[in-house]
Write a protein of this length. Structure first.
Length: 84
């Protein structure tokens, strides 16, 4: 199971994670990934100047935008599909 944590600190939230939050929730639901992905919000990662921040397992993604978010989610889903 993968763990996705989205930064909900004020800087990341106002720089895009306010939108990314619902995009990730919708993506997980549309692709039936509830059993494979634990999704949660968390407070500041102290990387405000490099936000919006997204953490998947032990990897931190910086300056995430919608385009990179979809790419990240697709890569994660494809990785899981190739391991089946």
């Amino acid at each position: 199971m993968h763990r996705i944590r989205i930064c909900l600190g004020s800087s990341c939230y106002s720089r895009g994670n306010n939108v990314h939050l619902s995009v990730i929730q919708k993506y997980i639901a549309e692709h039936g990934l509830e059993a494979e992905i634990a999704f949660s919000g968390h407070l500041c990662e102290n990387l405000c100047s490099e936000g919006p921040i997204l953490r998947i397992d032990d990897k931190i993604y910086k300056e995430v935008n919608l385009s990179s978010l979809y790419r990240i989610l697709e890569e994660l889903r494809n990785e899981d599909n190739s391991n089946m």
